[in-house]
Write a protein that binds this ligand. Structure first.
Ligand SMILES: Cc1cc2nc3c(=O)[nH]c(=O)nc-3n(C[C@H](O)[C@H](O)[C@H](O)COP(=O)(O)OP(=O)(O)OC[C@H]3O[C@@H](n4cnc5c(N)ncnc54)[C@H](O)[C@@H]3O)c2cc1C
Ligand code: SF4
Length: 535
């Protein structure tokens, strides 16, 4: 099949003039019809578009962000963040309780993600089945889909020579303390450890959706349009999706552009991610009150450790080692995992809990710092205290850590501090805002005090790169917004296929699960073409 360096068939703003001419478009509005409109081109949308196109559906996929390739990926953090990330880098919750990283370009978050490839453990999928009727999602049941995804993405264990110093801190420290650091799987063909995953892989090694499922969809006839934001879905026997042109940051728009699109189709798939998807449905008046509720974020907190030699946390594949020992605390299914984070300088400095001289002091020694993160499976207290709301013309995110999730975060931070010190760190930067400088440490330092720290917003810095579960799927309408086929209750032929559909905290980095779950759902839907597209 071959992997194109630049997919000429993706409709970017440069192609608008020709399309306006060929289709005799008046007033800048392009009217199209299709069997299905897919909104969003990330882990969910790209897979759904490819699967339906392969099965003969006429697919139109629209993506709000632009189309960028290695020729445009570069290490200018401000430029790249504004081009490739939603809200130019950070989605900030109301009251500033969390900052969330999410991609916004062709490929969605997969264009900027860190390659970790996992599927949730058995106790998560069992909880899905028992509480929400999600049957057949055990690892064993899902293996055919997961294997297909792994093959398409080139998923394999990170080879030992690519485990960087940042990840090695977890391995060395974890082993010294009798824990079980494990090697992670990554998705790439030919990664040479340039460490630029978060700004787009400059050599097309990382197998993002724009290199895999999107070309598959196009090869089977899908129309893929970048820079088009769905503003509204109108329900009916034929649905209408109204979209508006969005301009790329630092990019001059061509003189002639398609300003809006109106796409009519019997089936719509919302794959706009767990933040924008619920906002789109709410402003369209579609779905029950589970839309936007129970947003899970896989909350994350960071400890930076200073070492006597260079770590260079940005070099090499971002994530190659995981420590899972803290998961499933007391058999509850809830707890924490530990991973490394490849923070670039601006990201690192923005996560330091102090400013001025002290912040500058840490950044001066940036090369000597590692970054470890705690990831908490949210939902230990029941529903998450987080939601998305579309109100007064704005998308708003609300988030607070619940008590047990907060305790699991503190447990994880204590363990991470011990591991980092065991690996040789001499100073630690904790995510507690009461600190005004790094804390000096050695192997005799006791970290029991960490468990007593405040988890209140403003006292503890929390972030996320894994928003999910804000349009959850369940066996009945009282428990979720979409049914077990991922179709919105009360809105026939409108589906949600992305990371929004998980009924509980996923517990792992979401890309592989999202692709596998969507592959299964879209394959099912594909078989129903005749009945679904009959008007
Ligand atoms: C920095 C970073 C690192 C990560 N690392 C990992 C990792 O190592 N492993 C892992 O498993 N996961 C990782 N993730 C998360 C993973 O990539 C996402 O969970 C996954 O891609 C979610 O898939 P999705 O389809 O729900 O959303 P996305 O992949 O985010 O795609 C949604 C798309 O919809 C578009 N969209 C939104 N609104 C509209 C609209 N109104 N109209 C048109 N288009 C719209 C967006 O612009 C976006 O492109 C990471 C994420 C980030 C940001
Ligand atoms: S580490 Fe570098 S080479 Fe490897 S996938 Fe990421 S960006 Fe590409």
């Amino acid at each position: 099949m071959g992997i194109p360096l630049h997919n000429e068939k993706i409709i970017t703003p440069k192609k608008h003039a020709q399309i306006i001419k060929d289709n005799q478009i008046k007033n800048g509005k392009w009217n199209l019809t299709a069997d299905v409109v897919v909104i969003g081109s990330g882990a969910g949308g790209a897979v759904a578009a490819a699967e339906l196109a392969k099965n003969g559906w006429k697919v139109v996929l629209i993506e709000e962000g632009g189309y960028f390739t290695p020729a445009q990926f570069n290490s200018d953090e401000f430029l790249s963040q504004s081009r490739l990330y939603r809200d130019a880098g950070f989605i900030i919750a109301e009251e500033q309780t969390i900052s969330i990283l999410q991609g916004r370009s062709i490929g969605g978050s997969t264009t900027v993600n860190w390659q970790t490839s996992l599927y949730p453990p058995e106790y998560v999928t069992t909880e899905w089945e028992n509480r929400f009727g999600w049957k057949g999602y055990s690892r064993e049941d899902m293996d055919p889909y997961i294997n297909e995804v792994h093959t398409r993405l080139g998923v394999h264990d990170v080879p030992d020579n690519l485990v960087n110093a940042n990840n090695n801190v977890l391995r060395v420290g974890g082993e010294k303390l009798g824990l079980k650091p494990l090697v992670l799987k990554n998705n790439n063909n030919g990664c040479i450890g340039l460490g630029r995953c978060g700004l787009g892989c400059p050599i097309n090694a990382k197998q993002s959706a724009f290199l895999t499922w999107i070309p598959d969809a196009i090869e089977h006839g899908a129309t893929v349009v970048s820079n088009m934001r769905a503003v509204k879905i109108k329900d009916g026997s034929v649905k209408t999706v109204i979209a508006e042109f969005t301009v790329d940051p630092y990019q001059k728009s061509p003189a002639e552009i398609i300003e809006s699109m109106e796409i009519k189709a019997p089936v719509v798939i919302v794959s706009a991610g767990a933040i924008e998807g619920p906002a789109l449905l709410q402003r369209s008046g579609i779905g029950n009150d589970w839309v936007g509720r129970n947003l899970k974020v896989h909350p994350t907190s960071t400890i930076f450790g200073k070492f006597n030699s260079d770590i260079k946390m940005f070099q090499g594949p971002p994530q190659s080692i995981v420590i899972k020992d803290g998961h499933n605390q007391n058999g509850t299914g809830y707890g924490y995992w530990l991973e490394a984070a490849p923070y670039r300088p601006t990201l690192a400095s923005s996560l330091l809990p102090f400013y001025g001289k002290q912040q500058f002091g840490v950044m001066k020694d940036y090369n000597k710092y590692n970054a470890g993160i705690v990831l908490v499976r949210d939902g230990a207290d029941g529903e998450a205290n987080a939601k998305v709301e579309w109100s007064f013309g704005r998308r708003k995110v609300y988030f607070e850590l619940t008590p047990t999730d907060g305790l699991n975060m503190l447990r994880g931070l204590k363990s991470l501090a011990e591991i980092t010190v065991a690996a040789g760190a001499t100073e630690l930067v904790f995510p507690f805002t009461r600190f005004t400088e790094p804390v000096k440490v050695d192997v005799t330092t006791n970290f029991d005090w960490v468990l007593k720290e405040s988890i209140r917003s403003g006292d503890l810095s929390v972030g996320s790169a894994h928003p999910h579960g804000s349009i959850q799927s369940a066996k009945e309408e009282t428990l979720g917004a979409v049914d077990l086929n991922l179709e919105i209750y009360g809105h026939k032929n409108i589906f949600v296929m992305d990371a929004s559909v998980y009924p509980t905290g996923l517990s792992v980095n979401p890309q592989i699960t999202t692709m596998s779950v969507v592959l299964r759902a879209s394959r099912n839907l594909a078989k129903q073409k005749e009945e679904r597209t009959k008007i």
